[in-house]
Design a protein around this ligand. Structure first.
Ligand code: PA5
Length: 444
């Protein structure tokens, strides 16, 4: 469950403004549910928690078991929506230092989200002497970054295990029928999983895209789907007083209209870092278009209180924050007593760290409010798989409603193509000759 605490945002928003936007939110709800809004071919995520392919789900669990028993390292190759959700889940539920934990599941590394020779060669050296599996994830099957990484790691696997052995270690998640990757997988006999046609990359974490790597990390994906199903059930009313998900969409739109163009998602635990990255893609790609959109940023406190904290407190007043308040972090440590008390910290002796972290959060909420920064607080029960599933659905649904309220199509990403075209032209891809000439002339 998620509870929206609006105590730190109320004073920035008039009651009548909330009442006025309620009608727009209700209209967005109608558009979404009637599938009459822009991008309505991409609403598969809406019912996914209760309407998913059970046969494929069982195959995902079987493949995760095979991966766990046959490798020390799983390399997940994908970019954007094809990797952020899985990484967010593993770090949120298990740990941001999952690979360093004592465990009976493989280390998981993410590749194909950059073109850095250093990053790839470091990963190759980590793989030396260890058993490897690969999960390549690309809906289109044509994205350059993961395609390059796949080429490199496939060669490594084939050298190590032979083509036959590599076949057992390569898992492909892509379109059901279309694309180069699907054709290549079928030709080579790799096991494949589906990115449904009606679910875009950034809404796909609860499909095989996220579920296979998440299951390989030993996370209960059934509980995750149940959590998402609970959220789906919880957010059916268009009445803002009964729907915290829609209220979040309403508040952020109101703040945007009052000049708060930047939303900072705030975590108080490093386990939320990649969740913030996933959220940034979800909101950035969904809303940043037609010269509109809230710019999604993120911070992890206390870390960033000692870097960006200064700007948030006293910089340009164009910010609002959305705080992830995890009620139960699952572990605790008490601050030790020290008879010498050189650091003067004995007033904290015996106090659980989570209480100190909570005090840091409350102190920051008040300080930032005093500095003119509205804060929406999302209270999250814990770090379980069920809570993660719930959170994913909450943010996806809020994003769709928010995007429609903003007046954009929250399910396309036309702007992502611009750099791709230029890169193909500069690299001399056949068919891009004319563009190449123009671009070379512009490069200084
Ligand atoms: O949300 C999206 O659609 C994008 O971020 C894609 O996930 C990303 O561009 C990767 O695309 P693909 O899965 O086709 O390789």
């Amino acid at each position: 469950m998620i509870k929206l605490n609006d105590n730190y945002v109320k004073s920035f928003i008039e009651d009548k403004a909330l009442a006025a936007i309620a009608e727009e939110i209700a209209a967005a709800d109608v558009q979404l549910r009637a599938k009459s809004g822009p991008g309505s071919d991409f609403l598969g995520w809406l019912d996914l928690p209760v309407n998913y392919d059970r046969e494929e789900f069982a195959r995902i669990q079987a493949a995760a078991k095979k991966i766990k028993s046959s490798c020390d390292i799983l390399i997940v190759i994908g970019i954007g929506g094809s990797y952020l959700g899985a990484r967010a889940a593993i770090e949120f539920i298990k740990s941001p230092i999952y690979n360093n934990l004592k465990k009976d599941t493989p280390d998981i590394y993410f590749a194909g989200n950059n073109i850095s020779a250093a990053a790839i060669s470091e990963l190759i050296s980590i793989c030396e002497g260890r058993d490897i599996c690969i999960n390549v994830i690309s809906k289109s099957g044509t994205t350059t970054e993961p395609a390059i990484a796949f080429r490199i790691f496939r060669e490594l696997l084939e050298k190590k295990y032979g083509a036959e052995g590599a076949r057992e270690r390569i898992f492909i998640t892509t379109d059901r029928t279309k694309g180069t990757l699907k054709a290549f997988a079928d030709k080579n006999g790799y096991e494949t999983f589906v990115v449904p046609d009606d679910i875009g990359g950034r809404y796909s974490v609860l499909t095989a895209v996220g579920l296979l790597p998440i299951a390989a990390a030993g996370i209960d994906i059934s509980a995750m789907m149940e959590g998402a199903a609970n959220a789906r059930k919880a957010y059916t009313s268009a009445d803002l007083s009964k729907n915290d998900c829609y209220k979040y969409a309403a508040l952020r739109n109101l703040l945007y209209r009052s000049g708060k163009a930047i939303e900072i998602l705030v975590g108080y635990d490093p386990c939320t870092l990649m969740l913030c990255e996933w959220w940034k893609q979800l909101y950035g790609e969904s809303e940043g278009k037609d010269n509109k959109g809230i710019y999604p940023a993120s911070v992890i406190f206390s870390t960033d209180l000692h870097s960006l904290g200064q700007y948030i407190q006293e910089g340009e007043r164009i910010l609002f924050e959305t705080v992830l308040d995890i009620k139960d972090s699952g572990v605790n440590i008490d601050i030790p007593f020290d008879s010498a008390n050189v650091d003067g910290l004995n007033f904290l002796a015996g106090k659980p760290l989570c209480e100190v972290n909570r005090a840091a959060m409350q102190a920051t909420l008040l300080a930032h409010n005093d500095g003119g920064v509205p804060n929406i607080v999302l209270e999250i029960e814990d770090r379980t798989a069920a809570s993660f599933g719930y959170l994913v659905y909450f943010f996806e649904l809020a994003c769709a409603i928010s995007g429609y309220t903003l007046g954009v199509n929250p399910f396309d990403q036309p702007g992502v193509e611009a750099y791709k075209k230029n890169m193909f032209a500069l690299l001399g891809k056949p068919g891009y000759e004319a563009e190449r000439e123009v671009l070379l002339g512009r490069i200084q």
